[in-house]
Design a protein around this ligand. Structure first.
Ligand code: KIV
Ligand code: ZN
Length: 538
């Protein structure tokens, strides 16, 4: 039977919550994963890879929640990852089966390097695992994706055999990963064309979707993904801001905007609402604590800034002189209203609406109070300031510990000393004082006396949201629990006072760590249904 698929549509498979969350420091709580999943649905991604359910009970619980709450009939496909083993696949199904459109994504390393050194099996044994794994997945779920991991370093003829077996066993999507970011665009384009042409059962009319999944170790992930698309792939696996293992995955925003901006060249489309890109980028950056580099394509702070005189002159004459896409297309709007200390609640609400934030009732009062404080200190409040306030107020983790007051003395005389007053989730308040080598160190030591969650500070950075001495400061931090090398937690804070922003960022990271690890007398989150799994070493 011949199956019709829309061959001009490139399906966007977002793996921010699975491959992206594997980046060092990007650990997210399940509430944060849910909020990101909701925003990914607003952005218009076709498939959300919500997690790796067999990795931990928390992962399973987060996937189940996303499947139920975001995987509605009109929503995206909700996918879970599973090694090609019975227990992983069954657990994955437990994770995704509550979605209206569930998918099981199963994989096996298929380069000789992976077969030998990871699985310790022969090529023939690998093929049997593919058949058994995909057949089991297909017996549970109609939508099954198979990935031969490390395909970029695997033998083409062996992959042809593996993909043919996967199709025969019921795979509907074949995702070809360059797991270690090794290939080059020309090579990858040719490899994908040959694989698609030579795999029995995978040709036009078969209904099989070919997909590419590229890592960025040589900075070629976007170029390789686009080469795969030109060769016939109609699904691309990406993450927001390109986060992921090592140098990361292909950035969603780069591939989508290449297809959008160069539509005559590609003659393809995606279902992405490009105006939601900036908002999604900011949400992911705030929750993961992974700052976006200023010169990052599409979403970096400088992506639409023009500094050189000749460029500014050209832009003033005609924006197309130096701009290949407008900032508005990716959701960076230019304010027509100038907000300042005389602006009222209504003007603030209108601007927030225009920026895509529906803030009402108590939440609006909260933002309005912060806005007034800022407008008193600063003449005009820009969109960037408002975005930072929203992120600071609403994109933080659950407040197990919250800051009531902080005061610090520092300078050339005496030891920097901080006094902190904090509230615990029980409502109890505590005041402590501590000295440190600098004002931030003193504050963090004071916070530690109350939170009691031993950790190492592995990253701390301060940025100014806009120019000028009165600008709002944004701080991102990353901490790792003592005795653990693998996991770390990010935090974000914004305030006119960078010491206050620093404490907020540190507390956000601590709250995230306490919520996930259940330290300091708190139970970890993630209520898992009974499927009888034990976390296993990956
Ligand atoms: O990079 C990779 O190979 C993966 C697979 C699990 C698809 O992430
Ligand atoms: Zn990957």
């Amino acid at each position: 039977m011949s199956v019709q698929i829309d061959n001009n549509l490139v399906r966007v498979f977002d793996t921010t919550l699975r491959d992206g969350e594997q980046s060092p420091g990007a650990t997210l709580s399940s509430a944060e994963k849910l909020e990101i999943a909701r925003q990914l649905a607003n952005l218009g991604v076709d498939i959300i890879e919500a997690g790796f359910p067999a990795a931990s009970p928390d992962d399973l619980a987060a996937v189940q929640r996303i499947a139920h709450e975001v995987g509605t009939a009109n929503g995206p496909v909700i996918c879970g990852l599973a090694r090609a083993r019975e227990k992983d696949i069954l657990t994955c199904w437990e994770g995704v089966k509550g979605a209206a459109k569930p998918r099981i994504h199963t994989f096996l390393g298929m380069s000789d390097i992976h077969l030998t050194h990871i699985s310790g099996i022969t090529r023939a044994e690998g093929l049997k695992i593919v058949r058994d794994g995909v057949s089991l997945a297909r017996s549970l779920c109609e939508d099954v994706e198979f990935s031969p991991m490390d395909a970029g370093r695997a033998d083409l003829q062996y992959l042809v055999e593996a993909c043919a077996i996967a199709i025969e066993a019921g795979a509907t999507t074949l995702n070809i990963p360059d797991t270690v970011g090794y290939v080059t665009p020309e090579e990858w384009g040719e490899f994908m064309s040959n694989l698609i042409a030579e795999t029995p059962g995978g040709g036009p009319g078969s209904g099989v979707i070919w997909s590419v999944h590229c890592h960025n170790d040589l900075g070629l992930a976007t170029a390789n993904s686009l080469a795969g698309i030109l060769a016939g792939a109609r699904q691309v696996e990406v993450t927001i801001n390109g986060i992921g293992e090592r140098a990361g995955n292909t950035s969603l925003e780069e591939v989508v905007m290449a297809i959008h901006t160069r539509s005559k060249f590609y003659s393809l489309r995606t279902n992405i609402n490009t105006r939601e890109i900036m908002k999604t980028s900011r949400l992911v950056s705030n929750y993961t604590g992974m700052h976006v580099q200023p010169n990052k394509a599409i979403v970096g702070a400088n992506a639409f800034a023009h500094e050189a005189g000749i460029h500014q002159d050209g832009m003033l004459k005609n924006a197309t002189t130096f701009e290949i896409m407008t900032p508005e297309t990716v959701g960076l709007t230019q304010s027509r209203l100038v907000l300042g200390k005389h602006s009222g609640r209504h003007a603030l609400k209108v601007r927030l609406d225009e920026l895509g934030y529906k803030v009402e009732g108590d939440a609006l009062n909260q933002v309005f109070a912060r806005f007034k404080d800022l407008a008193d200190a600063k003449k005009t409040v820009t969109d960037a300031d408002l975005e930072a306030l929203i992120a600071d107020e609403f994109h933080g983790p659950e407040e197990i510990f919250s800051l009531v007051d902080i005061q610090v003395t520092c300078g050339t005389m005496g030891m920097p000393t901080a006094t902190a007053k904090m509230r615990k989730v029980s409502g109890e308040e505590e005041v402590v004082a501590a000295v440190g080598t600098g004002p931030v160190d003193a504050c963090y030591r004071a916070v530690d006396l109350i939170v009691k969650a031993p950790n190492r500070l592995i990253e701390y950075s301060v940025h100014s949201v806009t120019e000028g001495i009165d600008a709002l400061g944004e701080v991102t931090v990353r901490i790792a629990p003592n005795g653990e090398d693998k996991r770390s937690f990010g935090g974000y804070g914004a305030d006119g006072d960078i010491i206050v922003a620093s404490v907020k960022a540190y507390l956000a990271a601590l709250n995230r760590m306490v919520a996930v690890l259940g330290m300091a007398g708190h139970k970890p989150e993630g209520q898992v249904s009974e499927v009888g799994i034990q976390p296993e070493a990956q």
